[in-house]
Design a protein around this ligand. Structure first.
Ligand SMILES: *[C@@H]1O[C@H](CO)[C@@H](O)[C@H](O)[C@H]1NC(C)=O
Length: 264
């Protein structure tokens, strides 16, 4: 009985979903963006912008909750963009969002791709260190180590505000750490790095960022250039001296010759 009921219920839901998807096939999907990036510190403000190539009257924002996608905000706003303001984000705002719009003459749009809103500052920051040095020579191997005394299942590495890598931590004597290995670094590795920790059970709720770590491969490269220039300068000097010596020899022999000739 119960299973028959749930099958019927599921069938109904699936049919409803199917109908809605068919309706949604009409208008092109909008794009969803976070105004100043999708990483927001707890208590900070963020505006999600749903943009469409079509004119629309009404916009909806859906969030992926434990029970599935749920409508969380809607605005009536004529034009090509609907804005959803979060004046002060909390951990419960973290997660994937998507949006859609309605146009009175053509109906509903397709659903946008999802945007993952990450809330940071929800736990103490990990530490970030460069091994063996934050000023490596070009071609050297560098490990960026993100570690924490408290437990994090994952560490995320950001370079100049962009995520470049993430990996699972492993336990060690001081707590938990993740190593990001960069073989044979070059000038493109220059930048400011930060890392964050999070638990796999809440992948959109991150720690505060580590203190920034500035990696400068170019400093060592600049030193190389200076040494190179010095060598070139010394070589040029030696050539000049050699030329001078040759000139003096030539001048001596050419002034000496006639005298010898007169004497002879
Ligand atoms: C750098 O790392 C590579 C592996 O990617 C390894 O083969 C090489 O020996 C390392 N070089 C040094 C100087 O440690």
């Amino acid at each position: 009985m119960t299973s028959a009921h749930s099958i019927l219920l599921c069938l109904g839901l699936c049919l409803c979903k199917g109908t809605r998807t068919q309706e949604a096939d009409g208008l092109p999907k909008p794009s969803l963006r976070a105004e100043n990036g999708s990483l927001v510190p707890q208590g900070g403000a963020v505006t999600l912008r749903c943009r469409a190539s079509w004119e629309a009257e009404e916009w909806w924002l859906e969030k992926d909750k434990a029970s599935g996608w749920e409508n969380v905000k809607s605005v009536r706003q004529a034009g090509h963009e609907g804005k959803f303001l979060f004046p002060s984000v909390t951990s419960s705002d973290a997660g994937p969002y998507r949006c859609l719009y309605r146009n009175s003459s053509s109906g509903l749009s397709k659903i946008s791709d999802s945007l993952k809103l990450v809330v940071t500052g929800l736990s103490p920051p990990p530490s970030l260190a460069a091994l063996p040095s934050s000023k490596p020579a070009p071609g050297q191997n560098v490990t960026l180590r993100c570690w924490s005394e408290g437990w994090y299942g994952w560490c995320v590495l950001h370079k100049d505000g962009e995520e470049i890598s993430r990996c699972r931590t492993r336990s060690h004597e001081r707590g938990y750490q993740a190593d990001f290995f960069f073989p044979a670094v070059n000038l493109t590795h220059d930048g400011t790095y930060r890392c964050y920790g999070f638990h796999s059970s809440s992948p959109y709720e991150w720690s505060s960022p580590s203190a920034p770590l500035v990696l400068r491969v170019s400093d060592a490269a600049a030193l190389d250039y200076t040494v190179g220039n010095l060598v070139r300068l010394i070589l040029a000097g030696l050539v000049l001296v050699l030329l001078g010596v040759l000139l003096i020899k030539h001048w001596k022999s050419s002034t000496g010759q006639p005298i010898q000739g007169v004497l002879g």
